[in-house]
Design a protein around this ligand. Structure first.
Ligand code: GDP
Length: 364
């Protein structure tokens, strides 16, 4: 036995004798690691809330991680934290920013953000990006995209919650807004790519919706979904620099005309069109003066709080829908029966309606 452990003790190697040795106590406390991890994760709800209200960014980040988690036990704590933070939220200006990839969102958010921070504001930059290949912070929310801003202590940049249903991702972002506001952030950006349905989700959680467009493509109004234009409180035309200035001005005239064709928005505000250059920092102040003007305008005419109330109602129904859906698809009876019924539909053995009814009846 001994010889197996220490082959040097074989009589073959005369003159060599290795002692058995004593077990050494580990020099690092083996419990330390787990204890440390536990203490990091195991804040009580009130510790989270106190930390957030004190503006502790580490605790805020951890609470956001709970909001984003799919685990029911995390969700439960997250909901309690949100509930307690709610009375301290709502005091920010929430801005939605959209534009197709390459429009200059990152560059613009970087300079817009610095502009606000120079005015003494605290800014949280969040994103909604439900598409799977862009998740994990690779493009949206990647801090390196907002290089200057990411070095500012008064900026909190958080990538999009990872892929999932748009409704789910958007709800998490909305809840994160509440936590950020409770942590003292008075300006919130919610960024999304200007493709797909995510603009509608962003629109449903912001006070002002900025659409970034490009000039110089020759067909400015093509490919822009009417719906997005209608949601915009301002269209800002980026890259108005160098020999692109004339084209930017032309695009401005075209957008202004196009916007005139829409009926007046419920807010009573006529959407503005401005040109700027994110890269060279031209026209930035004008954009933020306009946003301030809008906020003043809608606060005076009552639309600001009206819109927020409508949004709360919308999110109540969204949350109900999401919960009902999850409840259904996570029902073990449904998980078990679904593949066979799905196959029957694919094989045209039963209609989709019959299939749906059978599953719904099974769920009860
Ligand atoms: P995003 O995909 O919408 O986030 O766009 P980016 O901010 O990454 O910008 C896309 C490209 O456009 C980058 O190469 C930027 O350097 C460039 N860009 C952004 N803003 C401007 C601008 O104001 N003027 C010019 N000329 N280029 C810009």
């Amino acid at each position: 036995m001994d010889n197996n452990e220490h082959p040097e003790n074989d009589p073959l190697y005369a003159g060599l004798k290795v002692q058995k040795g004593l077990a050494q106590p580990p020099n690092v406390n083996p419990y330390l690691k787990t204890r440390k991890r536990e203490s990091k994760k195991n804040f009580t709800v009130s510790e989270y809330v106190e930390g957030i209200l004190a503006g502790n960014i580490t605790i805020l980040s951890q609470a956001v991680t709970l909001v984003e988690s799919a685990k029911p036990e995390h969700q439960q704590i997250a909901q309690e934290i949100i509930e307690k933070c709610l009375p301290f939220s709502g005091k920010s200006v929430r801005i939605g920013i959209t534009g197709v990839p390459g429009a200059g969102k990152s560059t613009s958010i970087d300079v817009f953000g610095l502009h606000l921070i120079k005015q003494g504001k605290k800014l949280a930059v969040l994103a909604i990006d439900p598409s799977s290949e862009r998740s994990k912070g690779s493009i949206l929310g990647d801090k390196t995209r907002m290089e200057q801003l990411s070095r500012e202590k008064n900026a909190f940049i958080r990538p999009s919650p990872s892929a999932g249903s748009l409704g789910g991702v958007a709800r998490k972002t909305r809840e994160t807004i509440i936590l950020c506001e409770a942590a003292g952030f008075d300006s919130i950006f919610v960024e999304t790519v200007g493709v797909g349905q995510s603009e509608t989700a962003v629109h449903s959680m912001v006070d002002f919706f900025l659409l970034i467009q490009l000039a110089g493509t020759g067909d400015e109004l093509q490919g822009i979904k009417r719906g997005i234009m209608e949601m915009a409180d301002a269209v800002i035309i980026n890259k108005a620099d160098g020999d692109n200035i004339d084209r930017a001005n032309l695009a401005k005239a075209q957008f202004t005309n196009a916007l005139h064709l829409f009926p007046l928005a419920e807010s009573g505000w006529s959407p503005k069109v401005l040109t700027y250059s994110g890269y060279y920092g031209i026209g930035i102040k004008e954009i933020w003066d306009m946003v301030d003007e809008y906020i003043d305008f809608v606060k005076k005419n009552g639309y600001f709080s009206h819109r927020r109330n409508q949004q709360s109602k919308y999110w109540m129904f969204e949350s109900i829908n999401e919960a009902l859906k999850n409840n259904f698809y996570q029902d073990p009876k449904i998980i078990k029966a679904l593949p066979a019924i799905e196959k029957q539909v694919l094989d045209a053995e039963i209609s989709s309606f019959t299939a749906a009814k059978r599953l719904l009846d099974l769920h009860g």
